[in-house]
Design a protein around this ligand. Sequence first.
Ligand SMILES: *Cc1c(COP(=O)(O)O)cnc(C)c1O
Length: 235
Amino acid sequence: MPDIAANLAGIKNHMAAACHRADRGTASLELIAVSKTFSADDVRTAMEAGQQVFGESRLQEAESKIDLLPASLHWHFIGRVQRNKVRKILPRFEIIHAIDSLRLAVYTDEIARELGLFPKVFLQVNIGSEQTKGGFEPDALRAEIEALLALGRLEVMGLMCIPPAGKTAEDSRQWFAALRNLRDELQLATGVSLPALSMGMSDDFEIAIEEGATHVRVGSSIFGERSYRVDGELA
Ligand SMILES: *Cc1c(COP(=O)(O)O)cnc(C)c1O
């Protein structure tokens, strides 16, 4: 059995050390404990160790956990968003990390208006232009950013990516830097602040922090290895 409390403490130490190396404070950094495939009891254990923010990538699985746990917890939806799930995702999750097309953004904005909500979202970028991954191609995002920012209900916090798999954590650095540079470019072009970067997972979150991540999404280093795959993209 993984020691969830000890793992969390270890991650927090590594996060603080990475912030120190990057000469930045820890206040601008959020750890999202990715609990997909793990039980409500595991989430509770993490909660008792002080963790309040959790990430899930499948609605049904998340709903069953959320219902068993205190309402004080904060839930982020980190998986691919299916249109027919938007109406249920919006009221349950504080932040959606993977808005991956203008069409989905327009639809999400519409449903948010119906529901009277102002959801916080990240725009997912296919930063390595991989066939197998979702997200905006960088050029598409350049072309569509004005339209995205004009959607009155969505609070676009910034960009999110899942970089191409590398051999070592260092291999992710170029992609994290590319996401930050794209964010900087879009800010300059639009005059709108995009303060957040959701990047970094168990294997490379320290590198992501050094490159400016504000939200790291860490699962297996906290909860242990997952025993089954959740979606086509990530185990
Ligand atoms: C599963 C998942 C994570 C966490 O991955 P780990 O390698 O277990 O830390 C992060 N982000 C997304 C989008 C995921 O699907």
